[in-house]
Design a binder for this molecule. Structure first.
Ligand SMILES: [Mg+2]
Length: 232
């Protein structure tokens, strides 16, 4: 059996609008009434996220002072995973077609995400994605999981998946961050990084994925291409 394990946010879902709305909300909340701030454009903001500029630095770049930047980062953390904001997430172009292709090719498909159960279910329902991922192929965090850092939590999820899933002849992981690359490499799984998510190419290169591709469609095409040197 051949298997593809895909991350959720980055290869399938575009979170940029949610993250930007939360940024705007936090900036608005924390600025003093008389204070002049410089709200970043969405493009500027997202490029900073993609080049992994810390939240506090984003706050400073927006005109907040050091104490406010601390507050900003805290408020942002408390807000970004709350219900009203998940509604701003959208499907990435071509993602559903890519999932259909994988399904039609008979490749075993699993999702591995740092979303909590309810956060994943919310998106599954909204975008009709549960048809691709039966419960036994969903690796996410329990609703009460205490997160540490993605780069530490994701390899734990990968260990759980590898212990539980039926053995596969060959496995690829697809993801958009250092956490995905690290989780795969720690467990000897081949990994393709996509540029459609929250890290730019330069950031992805630092973690040496096997390949860097534009998006999930490109990843799937490479896997399915019969003449491909990328054997699954
Ligand atoms: Mg991701």
């Amino acid at each position: 059996m051949l298997r593809l394990i895909t991350d959720f946010d980055g290869p399938i879902i575009d979170v940029s609008e949610r993250y930007y709305r939360v940024y705007q909300f936090c900036l608005e909340k924390i600025q003093r009434p008389d204070q002049v701030v410089q709200q970043l454009s969405k493009a500027e903001f997202w490029q900073m996220k993609r080049s992994r500029i810390p939240e506090k630095q984003i706050a400073l770049n927006s005109g907040l002072d050091a104490a406010q930047a601390q507050e900003f980062a805290q408020l942002r953390r408390q807000t970004v995973h709350t219900e009203p904001y998940f509604d701003y997430d959208s499907l990435l172009p071509g993602a559903v077609d890519a999932l259909l292709k994988i399904q039609q090719a008979g490749i075993d498909l699993a999702v591995m995400t740092m979303r909590r159960v309810w956060e994943l279910d919310y998106a599954f329902k909204k975008h009709d994605l549960d048809r691709f991922f039966p419960e036994s192929r969903c690796y996410c965090l329990s609703n009460d999981y205490v997160k540490t850092r993605d780069i530490e939590d994701k390899p734990l999820l990968m260990a759980k998946a590898l212990a539980e899933l039926p053995p596969a002849a060959d496995t690829w992981m697809v993801g958009d961050t250092e956490a995905d690359i690290t989780a795969a490499k720690k467990h000897g799984i081949k990994v393709m990084a996509v540029e459609s998510g929250i890290r730019d190419r330069a950031q992805l290169e630092l973690y040496h994925p096997d390949l860097i591709v534009k998006d999930l469609s490109s990843a799937v095409d490479l896997i399915l291409e019969p003449s491909s040197t990328v054997s699954l």
